[in-house]
Write a protein that binds this ligand. Structure first.
Ligand code: FAD
Length: 277
């Protein structure tokens, strides 16, 4: 499948030596699935600045195309420019440009810079050097004033020069197709790639989903709840659910799939292999 439909894999930058060693293996196993690129997240407020950079450079050195996530975080223009220059000099050709969130405890002490302004900044200083991906929210960003407003701001990110969007994860394909349709109506014709969250842990999935505004449908909650004491069965049920979701997205015309791997080979690898088979 990856030969006809581009896939990409997201990592977070590991903090420990053991995590770093494990990621080398995870990267090498997932690279065998021929993704278009990997991406590496950036901690709220720029808290993983050097860790993200080191992880990105390690993946690049291992021979893969890789996109650092980036937000202004705690940096001023000079700091962001410095980081972007270092990526350009290392041969990096993609960026995932975000507003990001404030780290907990920072309150209103820091100013967030919207992603459309970061995209403008990248285009102003680097022209077309970077392919720029931005975030999109089929179930609408939790802070958005309205559905219409969120579509408007996504369009502004494209107007500023973004090449494609990767979505927040969702479990209802209709939410994605409706969103893409609404974007088309507003003149957005750039690719909007579904973000896919494989299921590993029911409790953390519920907590995380509540925070980021992703709805876990009742039928999924009821089904996964029954496996709370059996993580192996939960992962197997999750692989089945997410494979079916991906199949619907592919059949419905999604231009690619971006997997939130949580730095694990499985269940992402199992899902991709199901789709290929
Ligand atoms: P924006 O596009 O700036 O939007 C934020 C909110 O403001 C929305 O409600 C939007 O409607 C509104 N808005 C947008 N532009 C304007 C404007 N110019 N004026 C007024 N309102 C505006 N978080 C991390 O900390 N690190 C990561 O690495 C990371 N990676 C992510 C990758 C993907 C694919 C996705 C979907 C999310 C990721 N996030 C990450 C989470 C993201 O940082 C949060 O969702 C954050 O709250 C919004 O970032 P954004 O880039 O979508 O912001």
């Amino acid at each position: 499948m990856s030969k006809v439909l581009p896939i990409s894999f997201e990592f977070f930058p590991p903090k420990t030596e053991a995590g770093k060693e494990k990621l080398v293996t995870v990267h090498s196993e997932l690279a065998a699935l021929a993704p278009e690129f990997f991406s590496v997240t950036y901690g709220a407020g720029g808290s993983t600045r050097s860790n993200t950079r080191d992880t990105v450079l390690g993946i690049k050195a291992a021979g893969s195309d890789v996109a650092p996530h980036l937000s202004f975080g705690g940096d001023d223009e000079t700091g962001v420019l410095e980081l972007l220059n270092s990526y350009r000099d290392a041969g990096i050709r993609r960026i995932v440009a975000l507003r990001g969130d404030l780290p907990s405890g920072m309150g209103r002490a820091a100013q967030l810079v919207h992603a459309n302004e970061l995209v403008e900044f990248i285009r102003k200083h680097f022209g077309d050097h970077f392919t720029v991906h931005v975030a999109a929210y089929p179930e609408i960003h939790p802070e958005a004033a309205s559905y219409k407003d969120d579509v408007h701001w996504l369009k502004e990110k494209f107007n500023a020069g973004a090449n494609s969007a990767i979505t927040q994860y969702f479990f209802n394909p209709d939410a994605y197709f409706h969103f893409v349709n609404e974007c088309h109506k507003q003149g957005v014709d750039q690719p909007i790639i579904p973000g896919i969250m494989p299921i590993t842990n029911f409790t953390s999935l519920q907590r995380f989903s509540a925070n980021c505004g992703a709805e876990v449908p009742r039928w999924m909650v009821q089904k996964l709840k029954s496996y709370e004491d059996n993580s192996e069965s939960m992962v197997a049920a999750g692989v089945e659910i997410i494979t079916a979701l991906c199949e619907k997205l592919v059949v419905g015309g999604a231009p690619g799939l971006h997997f939130y791997t949580m730095n694990q080979i499985n269940p992402t690898s199992a899902i991709v292999r199901n789709l290929c088979g």
